[in-house]
Design a protein around this ligand. Structure first.
Ligand code: PRP
Ligand code: MG
Length: 241
């Protein structure tokens, strides 16, 4: 696994899962979660954006810095192949390059906050779109629109959404990709903030999907908000709160 050769980039974590119900037919397996190292710098960035009084420009700026870290960590999980080059002094550098083509897929709306950082590190990257909105009252996700490169089934997919809460939105988006023929193992779900409930939901249905995140919260409150959390990421980022 990539983390074995880049141990300081991400930390693969298998989360403890709720005990199986009596008579459950199969053991539950946790999803493969890559939590960014919880450095002091990362905690300071989180402190800036979790503050309810943060100015919008600070929220956008500092979440952008964390999203850049998440993007770099996600790229590190993609397959690489050997690629040698000749250096300016005529020696061979035995290197690597990305083995497969890539597509970024933000889940609109909030996922679009993550698109710019991906474009900044992968110039010309293909971008698909999935528009999913949760009903404000029931919190159930509804799928409104999709657009993808026609060869998406053969690409590595970075699925982008800053919040993985109940998991309803993520599951709906992964189903869309699965129905297009994208193997689970080709999907890396990149999310700013998540919680055990959302991780378990994805891990139960799509155990091959890997998840990269910068924070795992205590859990959800009765309104399906993460605690202590960050509020509604999309509303704070786009100024619709
Ligand atoms: C938010 C967020 C995720 C989803 C997470 O989107 O961006 O897509 O909720 O919640 P879940 O895991 O319980 O499904 P929302 O529908 O609120 O709209 P937005 O993207 O426009 O902010
Ligand atoms: Mg959303």
């Amino acid at each position: 696994m990539t983390t074995a050769t880049h141990p300081r980039t991400t930390t693969a974590t298998t989360l403890p899962q709720p005990a199986d119900a009596p008579g459950a037919s199969r053991p539950r397996t946790g999803p493969e979660v890559h939590l960014l190292p919880q450095t002091n710098q990362l905690r300071a960035l989180h402190t800036a954006v979790r503050d309810r009084d943060a100015r919008r420009e600070d929220f956008v700026f500092y979440t952008g810095r964390i999203i850049r870290m998440l993007t770099e960590a996600a790229l590190d999980l993609l397959p690489f192949e050997p690629h040698d080059v000749t250096t300016p002094v005529g020696r061979t550098y035995r290197g690597l390059r990305f083995a497969d083509d890539l597509v970024g897929v933000p889940i609109v709306r909030a996922g679009e906050s993550m698109e710019a950082e991906l474009r900044a590190v992968v110039p010309g990257v293909r971008i698909g779109k999935i528009l999913i909105q949760r009903d404000r009252t029931t919190k159930q996700p509804r799928l409104y629109y999709t657009a993808f490169p026609e060869d998406i089934a053969t690409r590595q997919v970075l699925l982008l959404d800053p919040m993985l809460a109940t998991g309803g939105t993520a599951l709906a988006a992964i189903e869309v990709l699965r129905d297009l023929g994208v193997p689970e193992r080709n999907i890396v779900f990149v999310t700013f903030i998540t919680c055990p409930e959302g991780l378990a939901a994805v891990g139960d249905r799509f155990p091959g999907v890997r998840i990269v995140t910068s924070a795992i919260e205590e859990g959800l409150n009765e309104n399906a908000f993460m605690m202590p959390g960050i509020g509604d990421f999309g509303d704070r980022y786009f100024g619709t709160d």
